[in-house]
Write a protein that binds this ligand. Structure first.
Ligand SMILES: NC(=O)c1ccc[n+]([C@@H]2O[C@H](COP(=O)([O-])OP(=O)(O)OC[C@H]3O[C@@H](n4cnc5c(N)ncnc54)[C@H](OP(=O)(O)O)[C@@H]3O)[C@@H](O)[C@H]2O)c1
Length: 374
């Protein structure tokens, strides 16, 4: 009986594994977003559009005819992404705009330029993100994951709100994560000044994305501007590049084994596109999507008082009202702000009931604790 050489068996085994892995990956990723949506005449902004999910989202928006602004912090990477998208889609209306979400000044300049160049905005995809880095602070003194993932997008969205209203029906999509389920909003130390954990700060920032989505939806009631949060799945992108050497090495080691079960960037972009474009979702707002399905977010994410506390704190920290005045933007208000007091979001706050001044004092003292400029 002829024996099959070992090398043939090895090659066959690898080939079988590769074929099975590709099939599993395609099957788990689901079909591409293929609704018949034309975007000629529409203006879209995607943050973090030079890489990963944001790049793929921007490319698909361009392929459908939108004018797309790539809001990026690295001019060279942005220019390279723009070139690739132009070559792939033949759409000349792709523009690079510098926007570093770790700098309020940069975000303000970006918004000002959009106000100057565009009558209206139809779609804002708040996608940019950093994950699990060592504790660093932004130029405004915010812990970086909170600063980029939440505060930068909070500030940007609010400064663009009049443009989005002019584009109505328009949409805002916040790229969140299932990581928010593990997140806690540390009302005593939101800036992680006293105690920092890489994953804790990321989880907090992603919970902030969902709370921001829900509070913003309330404030946009009746405007025909919708806002939803979406978890894109586990996606093989550059997001792990800031993690420590050990985590990076571990991920490299595990990669061949987990590869079939994680999406590539294009597959990861499909749920974001679904929430951004699907015609059936035109009136859906304030929701959290797990991939393409509306899902219940964490209990904390459903805490309305926590959402209001976070909004007011974010407004105070970013000095939003002052900037709105400077840029002639009408700030969004919430019906609750007309009442003199709100309940504390959790028992960690010293008194059970606090008024808005007290909310601001909590924010100010947290800022002073981190020696940020008031
Ligand atoms: N990958 C996943 O499995 C996964 C799962 C759940 C949620 N998400 C979320 O998906 C979003 C996109 O992440 P990704 O996985 O596509 O990662 P990625 O490939 O690393 O893309 C992140 C993008 O954000 C940009 N960015 C980072 N800091 C910025 C800043 N200060 N200002 C402006 N842009 C900045 C990056 O720019 P540079 O290239 O210049 O760094 C990059 O373009 C993130 O919000 C992430 O939390 C990802």
């Amino acid at each position: 009986m002829s024996r099959i050489p070992l090398w043939v068996k090895a090659v066959g085994g690898v080939g079988f594994y590769a074929a099975a892995a590709i099939l599993i990956k395609e099957k788990l990723a689901g079909p591409p977003f293929d609704a018949n949506v034309e975007l000629g005449g529409k203006v879209a902004i995607v943050t973090g559009a030079n890489s990963g999910i944001g790049y793929e989202v921007a490319k698909e928006l361009a392929a459908r005819g939108a004018k797309v602004y790539l809001a990026c912090r690295d001019k060279d990477k942005c220019a390279a992404a723009r070139e690739d998208i132009y070559l792939a889609t033949d759409n000349k209306n792709i523009f690079c705009r510098y926007c570093d979400l770790s700098s309020l000044d940069s975000v303000k300049r970006f918004a000002r330029r959009i106000h100057k160049d565009e009558e209206k905005v139809d779609l804002l995809v708040n996608n940019a993100g950093v994950m699990w880095g060592p504790r660093e602070v932004t130029s405004d003194g915010f812990e970086t994951q909170l600063g980029v993932n939440h505060l930068g997008h909070f500030f940007l969205t609010n400064l663009l709100i009049d443009s989005l209203k002019k584009g109505a029906p328009s949409r805002i999509v916040n790229v969140a994560s299932t990581a928010h389920f593990k997140g806690k909003i540390n009302t005593q130390d939101l800036n992680s000044s006293n105690d920092y954990s890489e994953s804790g700060a990321y989880n907090q920032s992603k919970l902030a994305n969902v709370l921001f989505t829900r509070e913003l939806a309330k404030r946009l009631d009746g405007t025909d501007v919708t806002v939803n949060a979406v978890h894109p799945g586990l996606v093989d992108t550059n997001i792990v590049r800031n993690t420590g050497t050990f985590t990076t090495a571990l991920m490299l080691f595990l990669r061949p084994f987990v590869w079939p079960f994680i999406k590539n960037s294009n597959q990861g972009a499909q749920s974001v596109l679904h929430v951004a474009l699907h015609p059936d979702l035109q009136h859906t707002t304030g929701q959290y999507f797990n991939l393409r399905e509306i899902a219940e977010p964490s209990k904390d994410a459903l805490n309305d008082k926590l959402a209001l506390w976070l909004w007011l704190t974010s407004e105070k920290w970013t000095k939003l009202r002052e900037t709105c005045k400077e840029l002639n933007v009408q700030p969004l208000t919430h019906p609750w702000e007309s009442v003199s007091s709100i309940s504390a979001p959790d028992s960690k706050l010293k008194s059970n009931t606090i008024n808005l001044d007290a909310v601001n004092q909590v924010s100010s003292s947290s800022l002073r604790g981190n020696s940020m400029a008031s």
